[in-house]
Design a protein around this ligand. Structure first.
Ligand code: PLP
Length: 407
């Protein structure tokens, strides 16, 4: 196990610093918990207890031990000579792709399953679109010996079959949801229905910094390990804890929230979030919720989302399944509105090219999601001495066919 001196997490609380009313879970005007009355007992109980549990020494010790010895943390911070030469800056990659199961999602899944155990829950439910969050949750449940049910739209079950097989191999029950458009939002509705029917024995593991309070804060805290490590590693490798830029892709926003977390209160650090433009933000086939979204409520949270004038959710499009979400976490909506964060969008084509470039130049095949963050490098006005950390959220093995069919 690697030991590091890490900044004290309890003394700084950056997400709360950007939140006007942390107790109610608002980030500026975004966030909150807009939920049906029947969900109140579950969400209230979680709100009242989560901080006390996850900040207890006993929880902290169990969580950190699993992150180190099971997930493989700290993940390396890799200085990329090739990208540094290509973009004329000092480019570092935070290697979340090297985590067990291949992405950052396991940081949150393990944290929430440990939390569920301490809440006395015997059963875990989750929703998944591409299957990445489903696999991470099924993995954490296999590890802890807890029953796991994953809701997934019927269309997604068909097009993401390797991940469905992985979940089944791990012992999870995958429920194919046949209502609505048979994709992620319908799977989410079904998971919420399940939670309402099973309020006492079940915990709902949400996979990103979305949903009703306290989920956006809870998930951000579990992912904050990313920026906690970056500060320590950068200090050692570059002589400063503070980069000029941190760049991360945004679906719901959890890997970005984790990569930004310990830098939010450092004005010197530019926070760059990268949305999926799909075929282009004006094409009607996009997932850029900040560029194209308007204020509304999705999955219990007030945020920016892509909707019609009548309030119907517009189906998002991105070549990357993990960025294919019609809303965005309330933290990011607030960073956008307040000007603290800068948000760019990258098309399918730009992401494919950036993914190919990293694969050929460094021998690292990035997830298509992460390739969006890489593609944003050419859109920044970088100077030679600028230190840039790109969060490489996951590995691209799952995307091989998409790369090969489209390049
Ligand atoms: C799911 C996923 C994302 C998008 O989710 P966020 O909550 O925005 O981080 C990004 N990268 C990878 C590799 C993913 O699996």
């Amino acid at each position: 196990m690697t030991t590091q001196t890490l900044p004290n997490q309890t003394s700084t609380d950056p997400t709360l610093a950007v939140s006007e009313s942390p107790k109610s879970g608002f980030y500026g005007t975004f966030g909150g918990a807009f939920i049906p009355e029947m969900l109140y007992p579950n969400v209230e109980n979680l709100s009242k207890t989560y901080l006390q549990i996850i900040q207890s020494p006993d929880f902290e010790a169990a969580y950190q031990a699993l992150l180190a010895d099971y997930v493989g943390r700290p993940t390396p911070l890799y200085f990329s000579e090739k990208l540094s030469a290509a973009y004329r800056a000092q480019i570092f990659l935070k290697r979340e792709d090297l985590n067990h199961t291949g992405a950052h999602k396991i940081n949150n899944a393990i944290g929430q399953v440990l939390l569920a155990e301490r809440l006395g829950k015997k059963r875990i439910i989750a929703e998944t679109g591409a299957g990445q969050h489903g696999v991470a949750t099924a993995t954490a449940c296999a590890l802890r010996g807890i029953e796991c049910v994953v809701y997934m739209g019927k269309i997604d079950v068909a097009r993401q079959s390797p991940n469905v097989q992985r979940m089944r191999m791990l012992g999870a029950k995958v429920v194919a949801v046949e209502s609505g458009s048979q994709t992620l939002k319908d799977a989410t509705n079904e998971a919420i229905r399940d939670w309402i029917s099973n309020p006492t024995d079940t915990h709902y593991v949400i996979g990103s910094v979305v949903g009703p309070h306290p989920f956006p804060d809870l998930v951000a805290r579990f992912q904050a390990i990313i920026s906690q490590e970056i500060r320590v590693q950068l200090q050692k490798q570059a002589g400063t804890a503070l980069p000029n830029y941190v760049v991360a892709c945004i679906g719901g926003g959890s890997n970005a929230a984790g990569a930004f977390y310990h830098f939010i209160k450092e004005p010197k650090v530019q926070l760059v979030g990268v949305e999926a433009a799909g075929l282009g933000i004006e094409s009607g086939k996009t997932a850029a919720s900040l560029a194209k979204g308007t204020l509304g409520i999705i999955h219990g949270c007030k945020t920016k989302l892509m909707q019609t004038k009548g309030g119907q959710i517009i189906e998002p499009h991105s070549i990357s399944a993990g960025l294919d979400y019609p809303g965005i976490g309330p933290l990011h909506a607030h960073l956008f509105e307040s000007g603290r964060g800068r948000f760019l969008s990258v098309t399918d084509e730009e992401a494919l090219q950036a993914g190919l470039h990293l694969t050929r130049s460094e021998g690292i095949l990035p997830a298509l999601e992460s390739a969006h963050a890489l593609a944003a490098l050419s859109k920044l006005e970088l100077k030679r001495e600028d230190i840039v950390v790109v969060n490489l959220s996951g590995r691209g093995d799952k995307d091989l066919n998409t790369y090969l069919e489209n390049l």
